[in-house]
Write a protein that binds this ligand. Structure first.
Ligand code: NDP
Length: 246
């Protein structure tokens, strides 16, 4: 018996990066896991295969976080496949780094649609099924609270909104024992934010630890918040940023 056995989790945007690490960690802790992706069918299938090889159960569903119908269908498929839903991890997100004055309306819309509207959509769909004691965990960002580098204006605004979404929703679902929390990563080495990328240097300089984090650093915090020991933590933002915001 592991701490998440009998639980079902849905992790959005989990074919790569932080989401894939979260899916694998929740499965290792005993949860059955559904993941969504957009283009990375092969990568998503590989995540499922790794979970199954380790003795877990998982499915991958193509669903763009900005597409309300596809996300609702993904939630329904998760429940019809595994019978219930206990944990939603709103991980899908994107950034289009550039000076704000150069950002196009299309780029700003895309960032809002995935990072904020996508969180609203997935959470509403999940709440229809989430059992008492469930968990809603969003992956915000340390820049949703403090800003140390240029180029991420719209992105930071969406992540700040995710922080307040978390606080607001915690007040509405607490009587069902459902907790709502926001994990705020700092620089984590992924395709979105490579430790060797053009935007890495100032981010690295801003950390107290003088290094990028690993996807497993975030997965560990998500696993803790998803678990039974975190049942009194709600409406809060937990920052895992190597001291960036210190
Ligand atoms: P990556 O770009 O490395 O991976 C993104 C994942 O999300 C992929 O599996 C991708 O699948 C999927 N995805 C992308 N767009 C969508 C979409 N519209 N709908 C559904 N799935 C989608 O990102 P990270 O792992 O770095 O980031 C994950 C989360 O963590 C994001 O919310 C990000 O903002 C946040 N974060 C990341 C930090 C970092 O330093 N890396 C720092 C702070 C926060 P596919 O390949 O199929 O498109």
């Amino acid at each position: 018996m592991t701490k998440l056995s009998g639980k079902t989790a849905l992790v959005t945007g989990a074919s790569r990066g932080i989401g894939a690490a979260i899916a694998k960690r929740l499965a290792a802790d005993g949860a059955t896991v559904a993941i969504t992706y957009t283009k990375g069918a092969d990568a998503a299938a590989q995540v499922v295969k790794e979970i199954e090889t380790a003795g877990g159960k998982a499915i991958a569903i193509q669903a763009d976080a900005a597409d309300a119908k596809a996300v609702s269908a993904a939630v329904e498929q998760t429940v019809s496949t595994f019978g219930n839903l206990d944990i939603l991890v709103n991980n899908a997100g994107t950034a289009i780094p550039k000076p704000f004055e150069e950002a196009t309306l299309e780029e700003m819309d895309r960032v809002i649609d995935i990072n904020l509207r996508g969180v609203f959509i997935a959470t509403q769909a999940a709440l229809k099924h989430l059992r008492d004691g469930g968990r809603i965990i969003s992956i915000g960002s340390c820049v949703g609270e403090r800003m140390g580098t240029p180029g991420l204006v719209a992105y930071a605004a969406t992540k700040g909104a995710v922080k307040m979404f978390t606080q607001g929703l915690a007040r509405e679902v607490g009587t069902r024992g459902i907790t709502v929390n926001n994990i705020q990563p700092g620089p984590i080495d992924t395709d979105l934010n490579p430790a060797a990328g053009d935007w890495a240097e100032p981010q690295l300089a801003n950390t107290a630890l003088k290094r990028y984090g690993h996807v497993d650093d975030i997965a560990a915090m998500v696993a803790f918040v998803a678990g039974p020991e975190a049942s009194y933590i709600t409406g809060t933002s937990l920052t895992v940023d190597g001291g960036t915001n210190a």
